[in-house]
Write a protein that binds this ligand. Structure first.
Ligand code: PLP
Length: 465
């Protein structure tokens, strides 16, 4: 029996350096690794003992299993040849900010349980209002405000719950209806289900895959005539399939006419708004009720880091606040502080703002703009190459960093092309479908993706086609 099984601060210092070295090696080598691991289900689990160790193992053993057990089962989302889904980027400053957050172990549920956690988050979400050109009333000093949540799905779910709660007084939940486009992310439908909103209508889209406001107006009118209660609509800026942009102003006018909560999901494309030239894609935000975007996709900040803004925080706090005696605090009762526990489902909350703070300060706004513009530029170049080649058809416009295309010979050729690209090992794309039509999504946005990686992708497309 030993006195203590804890790792001492001295040992932590040494092991910490080893872990950072291991990660730096990973960063230096990930570009050369095959993106998809050569494993079958159960292969990784088979390398792990059935039971946890009864006695301490050496740190060398643990580190060696990073190479032997963990690495062989990784999908390399951080490869610059990653063009699949949307990016889920990390960056060194973000990793270090996250490490500090872990090391400090703060619980920022109330201002008084960690003033630093709360006030740095206040500052960072306020900075982001300026950086993304969002309405100034969404700053902490205004009637609105922002909070860092886990995911866009959580934020959309939260918005649906607030909308339901705020409208419940007008009648039962049974007849409530939420609306979004047929191209919206599944998180809207899932959020409605979790919020107990029984009806969700997926509104048809135009030839650019954006919601048709006229179809929304007709759907709302039909529901009202049938005695249902329209309460919520979500517009998307940058849909998952094709980065289509819904007409926020036109949807907003319908929302205002009928008292619907209007939520904007800019999960991926919101990061682009740090460059003013992309803000033409989200006019009219000053009339929406809530907004969500993910620095954990395209802003070099590792998962999880989602920004959720509301135009009027009193509705959010009123919906979420329940005060048991053990959470009472004098500062809260004085009313001059933000208690973020009232801004989402979890009570406990970690110091997520640190990693975004590290990123914003290390890159500077100009550094982030530089990389985002570079990604969009590379996507546009790829779009031009594909558009100029009659072996390919483009599927949708390219407002941001996502290129969508298909083989002009049809579905089979398109599916085979996607398989061939992904079999290259160095580049990875998402095969997708719009109805019965196969297409390929190429999302240019990984932290380290540059021209040579897009050129390498083009060469494999060209050869395989
Ligand atoms: N909304 C859109 C438009 C998305 O593209 C995605 C994910 O790609 C999400 C929501 C879900 O994001 P999260 O994983 O943060 O819930």
């Amino acid at each position: 029996m030993v006195d203590s099984y804890h790792m001492t601060p001295e040992e932590f210092r040494v092991r910490g350096h080893e872990v950072i070295d291991w990660l730096a090696d990973y960063m230096e080598t990930v570009a050369d690794a095959d993106i998809i691991p050569d494993v079958d289900p159960g292969d990784i689990r088979d390398r792990i003992p059935a039971a946890a160790p009864e006695t301490p193992e050496s740190f060398e053993q643990i580190m060696s299993d990073l190479d032997e057990v963990v690495r062989p089962g990784l999908v390399h989302w951080q490869s610059p040849g990653w063009f699949a889904y949307f990016p889920a980027n990390t960056s060194p400053p973000s990793i270090l900010g996250d490490l500090v957050s872990s090391g400090l172990g703060q619980q920022g549920m109330l201002w008084s349980t960690s003033p630093a956690c709360t006030e740095i988050e206040n500052a960072v979400v306020d900075w982001m209002v300026e950086l993304l050109g969002l309405p100034s009333g969404w700053k902490t000093a205004g009637p609105g405000g922002g909070v860092i949540q886990m995911s866009a799905s959580d934020s959309t779910h939260t918005a649906l719950v607030v909308a339901r709660h705020q409208r419940t007084a007008q009648g039962g939940v049974d007849q409530m209806v939420a609306y979004t486009s047929a191209q919206a992310h599944s998180s809207v439908e899932k959020g409605a289900r979790m919020a107990g909103i029984p009806h969700i209508r997926l509104i048809s889209v135009d030839d650019r895959y954006a919601m048709r406001p006229q179809a929304l107006a007709v759907a709302v009118a039909e529901d009202l005539a049938a005695g249902r209660q329209p309460i919520f609509v979500a517009s998307t800026v940058g849909t998952t399939g094709t980065t289509a942009v819904d007409p926020i102003e036109a949807v907003g006018a319908i929302a205002r006419e009928h008292g619907l909560w209007h939520h904007v999901d800019a999960a991926y494309a919101g990061s682009a708004m740090i460059c003013p030239e992309f803000r033409i894609h989200q006019p009219g935000l000053d009339t929406v009720d809530s907004y969500t975007t993910n620095p954990h996709k395209w802003m070099f900040t590792n998962f999880d880091c989602n920004l959720f803004y509301v135009a009027d925080r009193s509705q959010l706090v009123e919906t979420m606040s329940i005060l048991p005696p053990y959470l009472r605090s004098q500062r809260s009762e004085e009313g001059n502080v933000i208690d973020y526990r009232d801004w989402h489902v979890p009570l406990g909350r970690r110091f997520r703002a640190l990693k975004l703070w590290f990123v914003l300060r290390s890159y500077g706004a100009e550094g982030i703009r530089h990389h985002i513009r570079e990604h969009v530029h590379l996507a546009k170049e790829l779009e031009e190459r594909l558009g100029a080649d009659d072996r390919f058809d483009l599927i949708a416009p390219v407002p941001f960093g996502l290129v969508t295309f298909r083989h002009s010979a049809g579905n089979e050729a398109t599916d085979a092309l996607a398989l061939a690209i992904n079999a290259s090992g160095h580049s990875y794309v998402t095969p997708s479908k719009l109805g019965e039509t196969s297409f390929i999504r190429v999302s240019v946005g990984q932290t380290n993706t540059g021209r040579k990686h897009v050129d390498r992708l083009w060469r494999v497309i060209d050869r395989a086609a």
